[in-house]
Design a protein around this ligand. Structure first.
Ligand code: LIP
Length: 268
């Protein structure tokens, strides 16, 4: 049995409580798929309900902490050092389509640094969690990023822009460059799970542009505590504010970054 801090226990309990409602609502989505109205309104209300539960639970245990919420935006707390960064459903489009690949993501930021994170995939009960200096875990199992060092054996994940989002051409160039060298690219539609899967050694790396802090904040500490690297695409540290992230094991981080930057400069 691993020992966890009270903070992680609070985060996990909040996620499990919100997840009960989400799983129930996800069950309903299938029925709504075939109805005339469609499930969109239903899903946004599921999102809001889950966020409300998370906020209530975390506020009860840690009064005064601030929040950055996907739905509710920024809520400044009396305690200016601590802030929860939350995505109640990361992978909303999957949820909407009845695809069981979505997660709750909660990170705790202390004085601008992410110090704890959980990504909870309720459908298959996978709780990824990490705390600064304490390692990363999937349920009870310690995580370590993949040891693969050859690009031709690597599986990378990414996210692609969609309706209304910029950089379609640039993303296609990036994918074309990376797919020419590696074992495969995945686009599963949940950035939080993409990061968690890098931490778990399932993917060698992941990159995406047009991303928000709540999609990846918990993933940042998961990957780092599992021994991986997380930066923006230039190798800097603006991933929570600059909308771009690249996470990978120690062997793949630099080559993946080089490929993406070459694709952006028009070389491959
Ligand atoms: C989504 C992601 C997805 C990404 C989208 C979006 P949402 O989050 O996790 O993988 O490609 O840009 O941000 O909207 O489902 O919380």
């Amino acid at each position: 049995m691993i020992s966890r801090s009270p903070t992680l226990n609070v985060m996990m309990a909040a996620a499990r409580k919100a997840a009960r409602g989400l799983v129930r609502d996800f069950g309903e989505v299938e029925h709504l798929q075939v109805s005339m109205k469609g499930p969109s309104d239903f899903v946004s209300s599921a999102d809001l309900k889950a966020e409300k539960v998370l906020r209530q639970e975390l506020e009860k245990s840690r009064p005064g902490y601030g929040f950055l919420l996907e739905e509710g935006g920024e809520i400044v707390g009396d305690d200016r050092s601590h802030r929860w960064i939350i995505d109640p459903i990361d992978g909303t489009t999957n949820f909407l389509h009845g695809i069981p690949h979505f997660a709750i993501s909660i990170a705790l930021e202390r004085d601008g640094e992410i110090v704890a994170g959980i990504v909870y995939q309720p459908v298959n009960d996978e709780m990824f969690h990490a705390e600064k200096g304490g390692g990363a875990f999937l349920n009870e199992r310690r995580l370590r990023v993949s040891a693969r060092r050859r690009i031709e054996e690597a599986v990378f994940a990414t996210g692609l822009p969609f309706k209304g989002r910029p950089n379609h051409e640039r993303s296609l160039k990036e994918v074309a460059t990376v797919m020419a060298t590696c074992a495969g690219i995945r686009r599963f539609g949940s950035a939080a799970l993409d990061m968690a899967y890098v931490a778990a050694g399932r993917y060698e790396g992941y990159w995406e542009s047009g991303i928000h802090a709540w999609d990846i904040a918990a993933g940042v500490i998961l990957v780092r505590e599992a021994g991986g690297y997380v930066t923006d695409i230039d190798g800097g540290t603006t991933m929570l504010t600059g909308g771009e992230v690249l996470a990978a094991n120690d062997h793949m981080h630099a080559p993946l970054r080089t490929m993406i930057n070459a694709a952006r400069r028009g070389k491959d």
